[in-house]
Design a protein around this ligand. Structure first.
Ligand code: KG4
Ligand code: ZN
Length: 348
C-alpha cells in the first residue's frame, strides 16, 4: 500500500489547525483553534498577536488531532505543512513544528502551498462529484488574502490565470463589515445582514478591469464607504449601529455586487479556457449567495468544499500533501516560509 495517512498542519493566518487524513479524501480527525474572537477586538488580524497565539496553541492542537485519530507519529506516512502564502510570523510557527516532528520521527515533511490546500478541501467532500469530472478544471480561490482564477490541469498542476489587482474578495467583505459597524470576520456578518434585507437599496456598480479578466474590489469598497457617508452611518462616534435595516440593505447590495462579479468573471474564463468543471474554494466560498448563484448560472459542473472546510483547516493541507507527493515524498530541511507564494509556484 502506498503512503496514505497524512498529518496536515496549517498556521498561515489566524487559525491554528491540524488534521489527520487518509488517502487525501477521508478525514480521521480535524482540529481548528480559531483566533477570530481575539482579533475581533481590533477589527482585523494583528500579525504579532496571531503568531504568539499560534505558539501557545500549536502543540495542543497537533496532540488533539493525533489523539482523536488514535495514532502515534510513527503511524503517519507524511507531515504536510503550509509554507506560504500567509503571514510570516504565523507560517514560521507551523513550519517549525512540522520540521521538528518530521526530524524526530523520520516521517517525510511535505511542503504545501496554502492556496492549493484550499482547492483540495473539495476532495474531502463525502459524496464527490469530482470523480465524474475530468481535468482541466478552473479553480476560483476566494479568501481573505486572495482572489485567483487558476487552471488545474492535473493533480498538483496549477497555473495562475487571473487575480485581483488590489483587494481580495474576503478583504472587501471584512472592510465593508467594519464600515457598517458589523463584526469580524466580515463575510459571515455581511451574509447574515443581507439575508434580512428586502433588496431596496440602489445596486453598486460591478467592478471591471479594462481589457482583462482580473478582479478589482477597491473601487467597490470606496463606493460602499461613500454610500455609508451619504447615509450618515459612517464614520460613527462609537461601534453601535443605529439603523440596522439600512445596514442590512447596504450589505445585500454589496454582497450582490461581489458575488455577481466573481460568478460572471469565473464563467467567462471557464468558457474561454474550455474547462470541464469549476472548483470554488477559500473562505468566501462559504458564502451561501455565491454558492447558489454559481450553481444556478454555470453550464458546467461546479464543486465546492462544504462550508466548514472552506475556511482554513489542516485537513485541506493534508489532502494537498497527499496528492502532490503521492509518488515522491520530499523532505527539505532548509525549507523556508514563502509569505508571497502564488498558486502554481513552488518557490524552491
Ligand atoms: O480562507 P480563509 O479562511 O483565510 C485566508 O486564507 O484568507 O478566508 C477568510 C475570509 C475572510 O475574509 C472572511 O470574511 C471570509 O473568508 N468569509 C466569508 C464567509 N465566511 C468567511 N465571506 C463571505 N461569506 C461568508 N460566509
Ligand atoms: Zn486560507
Amino acid at each position: 500500500m502506498d503512503k496514505k495517512i497524512i498529518l496536515g498542519i496549517e498556521t498561515s493566518c489566524d487559525e491554528t489547525a491540524a488534521a489527520v487524513v487518509d488517502s487525501g479524501t477521508k478525514i480521521i480527525s480535524n482540529i481548528v483553534a480559531s483566533q477570530a474572537s481575539l482579533h475581533a477586538t481590533f477589527g482585523g488580524i494583528v500579525p504579532e498577536v496571531a503568531s504568539r497565539q499560534h505558539i501557545l496553541a500549536i502543540s495542543t492542537v497537533i496532540n488533539a488531532a493525533m489523539s482523536e485519530a488514535e495514532m502515534k507519529i510513527n503511524d503517519l506516512d507524511g507531515i504536510a505543512v503550509t509554507y506560504g502564502p500567509g503571514l510570516a510570523g504565523s507560517l514560521l510557527v507551523g513550519l517549525n513544528a512540522a520540521k521538528g516532528l518530521s526530524f524526530g520521527s523520520s516521517v517525510p515533511l511535505l511542503p504545501v502551498n496554502h492556496l492549493e490546500g484550499h482547492v483540495y478541501a473539495t476532495w474531502l467532500n463525502e459524496s464527490n462529484k469530482l470523480e465524474e469530472i475530468d481535468f482541466p478544471l478552473l479553480c476560483l480561490i476566494v479568501s481573505g488574502g486572495h482572489t485567483d482564477l487558476a487552471l488545474m490541469s492535473a493533480h498538483g498542476q496549477f497555473k495562475l490565470i487571473n487575480r485581483t489587482r488590489d483587494d481580495a474578495a474576503g478583504e472587501a467583505f471584512d472592510k465593508a463589515a467594519r464600515v457598517l459597524g458589523l463584526g469580524y470576520p466580515g463575510g459571515p456578518e455581511i451574509q447574515k445582514a443581507a439575508e434580512k434585507a428586502k433588496g431596496t437599496e440602489k445596486p453598486f456598480p460591478r467592478p471591471k478591469v479594462k481589457n482583462s479578466n482580473d478582479f478589482s474590489f477597491s473601487g467597490l469598497k470606496t463606493s460602499l464607504i461613500q454610500r455609508a457617508v451619504d447615509k450618515r452611518i459612517y464614520p460613527r462616534e462609537d461601534d453601535t449601529c443605529v439603523d440596522s435595516e439600512l445596514v442590512n440593505e447596504i450589505s445585500f447590495a454589496f454582497q450582490e455586487a461581489v458575488v455577481d462579479t466573481l460568478v460572471d468573471r469565473t464563467l467567462k474564463v471557464a468558457s474561454e479556457l474550455s474547462v470541464k468543471g469549476i472548483i470554488v474554494s477559500g473562505g468566501v466560498a462559504a458564502n451561501s449567495c455565491l454558492r447558489s448563484r454559481i450553481e444556478e448560472k454555470s453550464p458546467l459542473p461546479v464543486v465546492m468544499p462544504k462550508p466548514a472546510l472552506c475556511t482554513d483547516n489542516g485537513a485541506m493541507i493534508a489532502s494537498a500533501g497527499y496528492f502532490k507527493f503521492k509518488e515522491l515524498p520530499l523532505t527539505k530541511w532548509d525549507l523556508d516560509i514563502l509569505p508571497g507564494l502564488r498558486i502554481g509556484e513552488q518557490g524552491f
